[in-house]
Design a binder for this molecule. Structure first.
Ligand code: GCV
Length: 666
């Protein structure tokens, strides 16, 4: 018995699936005997079919795979494409690489696990090509075992500054490969202390072993890099990207690192951000910093992923001109086209920081000549800490579907990050992960839907939130139709419910600064982080129009015009873009203040309904799963009530305007 759950890779019995039990033969492309990924795929297939159906179909190896060397996003996509078709007595898999074989195997196992008919599913043949070349998880794991913004235990990669490799490591690789993840960054972007030594002898052996394990599941290993390594571990007194000594140190270092960790794919860099060092210190640009490293790692096929989370975190709250939302665009747009083609800019979905509702970052659709990746967060830092249920896939779908108007067609965020719009060399999607060493990996069992869902969505952006949630529930919790329906009824509206009882109309924040959990309306109001609601007795919101900070104008038309106008701006973002009187009428017909009251009362009530729905599942699902989520709902309701009452009281006291429905406000 493992000391952790295998979730959707547990392959529990599905013997009632008669159609699948008739499977006699599976044809696979032939691969080299030494191909670990193909070996893992075959083992997975056998274990899955045995476990779920108690069958052992004949495995026949056919034509050779013709995988081309992977040099860019397009060839990643070519090589990961697979087809599944029916043959007499069985199934044929066609694929150009062993990773593609693995994905085909997981496709078949998913079909069986969801109790779908194989004959129907693959009747017309099914060809799948991933939507995004890079589908990545970013771990914010520290080497002392803690996880920055982690809500599901400690790290399973590190204990006491040592790298741990055990059965769980392999099962983690299986788990994430099964949903299509093909890249992972294993350490926190805030690279401090021991983590700076990741690129030294101290960790090479373990990292090389880890890289091999991941490669066996088609996953490319990346490390977060300390931009100032030349100073921290190199004994130099500078990290200036144009300094010859700095360049020469990096050349030697990279030669050593790529030799010692042959599977290493590249680095993720957080520079000039929240106290992390970067090229700005030396009067250089972000492009100078990224290109210096990219130039050096190029000869090893390495990639530099450079984060755009660069802003002034020492703002004076009295200053209304500086706008943190503007910072990404202001810092990165002027150098569009200057980045080397093995640099990818990684852009958070919104201009601030993973709030429950933000507009899409204007860099997505702004940058036209630079490789770019979308960064989302499944760790629920601002969305309930994996205590409150908050299924994030509907939010990610909205982001992906956002029309940026950056070109005549193919202008959605999904088009841009797939590489299609600008024919980018590299692109894709990364999530700050929500995993830890808890028994069930994600703390709350229902938070597993975000891990599952992110992978599935990054692999196929055309899937719907419902489809993904249903697969997750059927594969992980239950096949019972009533149970599936009830849990979907909890997951699908949960993000909007969370939004309703927390911060309204796109304003964000209002969280406890120390933890980012729980309500504190003024928690960030008089602080240095650039995250203000600017509420007074007359109104609330940040003026980001042409008369305010001008942020709205960073968008392409017609988005700029829509956001710039309080009449046209969608209600859910109106306070992000406008400072409005409490009496301002929204599109909904309600005033701002009445919307605040109504949405908070409703949100709290809906949270209670979700908890009641869950209570009905007692005895119908596994006790441990039931209890795990029930206990979290208890805490969610306390949280939701506090948010509701604190926000309503705060704005009643500020505005003096009573609730027109006369409900109790404290
Ligand atoms: C890893 C936010 C978080 C930080 C995080 C940072 C980032 O500010 O609160 O914990 O640091 O984002 O994305 O770099």
């Amino acid at each position: 018995m493992k000391n952790y759950a295998e979730l959707w890779t547990a392959y529990k019995e599905r013997k009632s699936n008669r159609d699948c039990r008739n499977l006699r033969k599976i044809c696979l492309p032939e691969t080299e005997a030494s191909d670990k990924t193909a070996e893992n795929a075959v083992n997975e297939l056998k274990a899955g079919l045995k476990g779920m159906l108690d069958i052992e179909p004949e495995i026949v190896f056919g034509s050779k795979v013709t995988s081309k060397p992977v040099t860019d996003g397009k060839s990643i996509l070519d090589s990961e494409e697979y087809s599944i078709s029916l043959i007499e007595d069985g199934i044929n898999i066609a694929a150009k690489s062993s990773s593609a074989i693995l994905y085909a195997v997981f496709d078949i196992l998913r079909t069986v696990a969801c109790e779908k008919d194989i004959t129907k599913t693959y009747a017309d043949g099914k060809t799948v090509r991933p939507s995004n070349p890079l589908r990545m998880l970013n771990h914010w794991d520290n080497m002392d075992g803690s996880i920055e913004r982690g809500y599901s235990g400690e790290s399973f990669f590190y204990v006491n500054n040592e790298i741990v490799i055990d059965e769980r490591t392999r099962d983690y690789a299986r788990l994430i490969a099964s949903v299509g993840i093909n890249a992972v960054v294993i350490n926190n972007v805030n690279v401090k202390q021991a983590a700076s030594y990741m690129i030294t002898d101290r960790y090479f052996d373990k990292l090389s072993q880890l890289g091999e394990i991941f490669a066996g599941y088609g996953i490319r290993l990346f490390l977060s890099l300390n931009y100032a390594s030349t100073i921290e571990i190199g004994g130099l007194d500078s990290a200036d990207p144009l300094d010859e000594n700095v360049i020469s140190w990096w050349k030697d270092k990279m030669a050593e690192v790529f030799k010692k960790i042959p599977t290493l794919a590249g680095f993720l860099v957080k520079a000039d951000s929240e106290g992390r060092p970067g090229p700005f210190t030396y009067g250089r640009t972000q492009a100078d910093g990224a290109n210096m490293l990219a130039n050096i790692v190029k000869e090893y096929g390495g990639i530099i992923i450079w984060r755009c989370f660069v802003y002034n975190c020492r703002q004076d709250w009295r200053d209304r001109k500086t706008d943190r939302a503007r910072a990404g665009y202001d810092n990165f747009m002027p150098m569009d086209g200057d980045y080397h083609d093995n640099v990818i800019l990684q852009i958070k979905n919104g201009p601030m920081d993973f709030q429950i509702r933000e507009p899409v970052s204007p860099l997505l659709g702004g940058l036209k000549k630079t490789n770019q990746m979308l960064e989302v967060q499944i760790a629920q830092e601002y969305t309930g800490h994996q205590i409150d249920v908050c299924y994030l896939i509907p939010e990610f779908k909205e982001i992906l579907g956002f029309k940026t108007y950056c070109s005549e067609d193919k202008d959605s965020v999904a088009d841009i990050i797939s590489g299609d719009t600008f024919n980018s060399r590299y692109s894709g999607m990364a999530a700050v992960t929500n995993t830890g060493n808890d028994f069930n990996w994600t703390g709350n069992y229902l938070a597993g839907a975000n891990l599952y869902g992110f992978g599935r969505l990054a692999f196929d952006t055309g899937l719907s939130s419902e489809q993904i949630a249903e697969e997750f529930v059927r594969m992980t919790i239950s096949q019972d139709e009533t149970v599936v329906k009830e849990i979907l009824g909890i997951l699908l509206p949960s993000r909007e419910i969370y939004e309703r009882y927390t911060s309204p109309l796109g304003i964000g924040w209002m969280v406890q600064p120390a933890t980012h959990y729980g309500c504190s309306v003024d928690g960030y109001e008089y602080d240095r982080w650039g995250t203000y609601h600017r509420a007074d007795h007359l109104g609330i919101g940040v003026d980001r129009t042409d008369k305010g900070t001008g942020y709205a104008l960073q968008y392409n038309e017609p988005n700029a015009g829509i956001y710039n106008s309080p009449e046209k701006c969608p209600d859910e973002l109106v306070l992000f873009f406008h400072h409005l009187p409490y009496t301002h009428k929204l599109h909904s017909g309600k005033t701002v203040i009445q919307h605040i009251y109504d949405s908070h009362f409703e949100g709290y009530e809906e949270a209670q309904q979700l908890a009641a729905k869950w209570d009905q599942l007692k005895g119908k699902i596994d006790d441990e799963v039931f209890e795990n989520v029930r206990e979290r709902f208890e805490r969610q309701l306390i949280n939701a009530r506090e948010w509701c009452d604190q926000v309503n009281s705060y704005f009643f006291r500020k505005s003096g305007i009573p609730d027109e429905k006369g409900r109790q406000i404290w």
